[in-house]
Design a protein around this ligand. Sequence first.
Ligand SMILES: NC(=O)c1ccc[n+]([C@@H]2O[C@H](COP(=O)([O-])OP(=O)(O)OC[C@H]3O[C@@H](n4cnc5c(N)ncnc54)[C@H](OP(=O)(O)O)[C@@H]3O)[C@@H](O)[C@H]2O)c1
Length: 269
Amino acid sequence: MIVVTGATGTIGRALIEELGGAARAVVRRAEQGEELAAELGCDYVVGDLERPESIPVEPGDRLFLNSALWPGFARAHQAVIDHAAAAGVAQVVTVSVRGVTPGSLLGFGLHGQVDEHLKSSGVPWSILAPVGFMQNLAGDVDEEGRIVGSYGRGRVGYIDARDIGAVAAVLLRRPVGADAVHELTGPVALTHDEIAAELTRALGRDVRYVDLPVEEAAVHLAERGMPAAAARDLATLMSQLGDGRWATTTTTVTDLLGRPPRSLREFLG
Ligand SMILES: NC(=O)c1ccc[n+]([C@@H]2O[C@H](COP(=O)([O-])OP(=O)(O)OC[C@H]3O[C@@H](n4cnc5c(N)ncnc54)[C@H](OP(=O)(O)O)[C@@H]3O)[C@@H](O)[C@H]2O)c1
């Protein structure tokens, strides 16, 4: 059985759809499970990653471990990995972020901590390590049509998160392969000016990218409601991503799916 956590999320839904419904979705509320079962044909179990014993895994199962981030994310995911190892799960496939370490800023560090734990868990593993998701870009546009950041001219190969679900489906359906980190990107890396131009075309209103030094970007984020320390870390993170570490694209999606990843233009429609 393929057990899918984060089943109501963007990646989880795409994964279950790719599997033709042949999966057990883990949901936090029964109504969510009923909805997924009706829409995608899967079965479901009510469970919560904060209660590892509620994740229904049996010997030989394949586990897709993914969720949104929260402060207890690393502790909870690590406990679920231990639970899966004890249950004799055949493989854990997780979603992390490209290039993270346990010492990375914000949620990137939480992912780094989970990755380290999984690698030493004894369970066969695959870590999906994508760059940023196309799904977030339109939401980054403020009321004045600006995307404010500190990426500079750095390029990022944003990916459609549904392609991550499709990759997970391939890895979970085929015989368990060697442990590996799969770095996932979209087809091309764009500057944020180029992304703003794509959004302008798709949204039918002017969107422009405004690049700010880290200090000023942090003030801007804080003014929009983010706690000051987190705003500073996020602005720093953006400047780090702008240094080119997310500027190369990989062929992993094409290699595994036999088709290229969706472009931003295809995504925006
Ligand atoms: N956004 C990006 O640009 C980006 C880039 C790289 C990596 N990532 C990573 O991608 C992951 C998010 O994937 P996504 O976009 O598919 O997520 P998503 O659409 O935000 O959905 C989050 C899922 O997590 C579930 N969840 C949250 N807390 C849970 C808990 N305690 N127990 C069980 N389920 C829980 C939610 O369930 P409910 O419906 O019950 O809330 C939902 O199914 C994160 O790890 C993020 O760091 C994101």
